[in-house]
Write a protein that binds this ligand. Structure first.
Ligand code: FES
Length: 327
């Protein structure tokens, strides 16, 4: 067992020899920065002040040898061989991670997507940032879902569940779960969240990656934002889109331009091709932008490459939430 101390807030926790630093922190309800948990997104990169860390294999585009020599590490891949100190500012500004009950208020199915709304108990405040996720606990297993609404005083949480045939959670949602049932979840988790800034925004997602983007859009509406927003949503087929009325509603209150992209069929008013191609066609310079991307890892890597290498986006202003589908 080794001890990790997070500076500058002096938060400490123990790590078992078979755990990564991120796993140990999350187990102890400490929401260290993270996204993919698999060494590919870079969201958990941080500076090591002291100590010896061993790294499992990871994607070198997110932690280059130069970064490593400069003392950076990836929390989701690092095992401490000694006590260590890490520099991660701003941790105390996060909402505390809690395990909460939540009662199902409604389940609405649109094609292969279930839109589930829960209420948490009035007496137990559950705060979160737009873009964060929760782990729903079912039969002792956790399944991660982004929160699809923004935080308001109504104690409501919305998640979007894609149906996967024979998927344990999908089949549970489609065949067993009903209104007034109570589930347990852990959260809020993750560090994908809307930053305080006035820069123009590109919000890009595929599939149910729309959920955290919807949360961010709601937050922008709630704060009467006048930021320029360019929203890109990619799906294979027209029927994969859902809650389209929400986008139309958001347009009434936001400075929003949307582009729906279809990669496998043509449809009137929709761009025929991938979100990456559309973004490349639409912009020549993103040096003044922030980009938020949520969806599968390949899309995120492609958007990152195009935005930072071809369109001058500052890497610091690329935020992503990569996921593999929860089944
Ligand atoms: S690289 Fe560690 S969470 Fe993505």
């Amino acid at each position: 067992m080794t001890k990790i101390v997070i500076k500058p807030d002096n938060i400490s926790f123990d790590v078992e020899s078979n755990e990564t630093i991120l796993d140990a922190a999350l187990k102890q309800n400490l929401n260290l920065p993270h996204g993919c948990k698999s060494g590919t997104c870079g969201a958990c990169k941080c500076k090591v002040i002291s100590g010896d860390l061993r790294l499992e294999p990871y994607n070198k585009t997110v932690l280059s040898d130069y970064d490593k020599n400069q003392g950076y590490t990836l929390l989701c891949k690092a095992h401490p061989d000694s006590n260590a100190e890490l520099y991660i500012p701003g941790l105390v500004d996060n909402f505390p991670i809690k395990i909460m009950p939540a009662k199902v208020v409604s389940i609405v199915k649109q094609n292969s997507i279930a839109i589930i709304k829960f209420k948490t108990p009035q007496a137990q405040k559950f705060g979160f940032f737009a873009g964060q996720y929760i782990d729903i606990i079912l039969n002792g297993k956790n399944r991660s879902y982004s929160i699809a609404n923004c935080y308001k005083a109504d104690n409501e949480i919305e998640v979007h569940v894609k149906y996967h045939k024979d998927g344990v959670f999908s089949e549970f949602v489609w065949n067993i779960l009903k209104e007034n049932d109570v589930l347990r979840f852990k959260g809020p988790l993750g560090n994908f969240k809307l930053q305080k800034s006035n820069k123009p925004l590109i919000l890009v997602c595929t599939g149910t990656g729309f959920a955290p983007i919807k949360s961010i859009l709601e937050e922008l509406v709630l704060s009467n934002s006048s930021r320029e927003i360019y929203f890109y949503w990619g799906n294979r087929f027209y029927q994969d889109f859902y809650l389209m009325g929400q986008i139309i509603d958001n347009k009434k209150s936001l400075n929003l331009k949307e582009s729906m992209c279809l990669s496998r069929e043509e449809y009137d008013g929709f761009y025929n091709g991938r979100v990456t191609n559309k973004i490349k066609n639409d912009f020549s310079d993103l040096s003044n932008f922030e980009v938020y991307a949520c969806g599968n890892m390949k899309m995120i890597e492609d958007v990152y490459e195009i935005c930072t290498q071809d369109l001058n986006l500052n890497k610091e202003f690329f935020y992503s939430d990569a996921f593999t589908p929860s089944v």
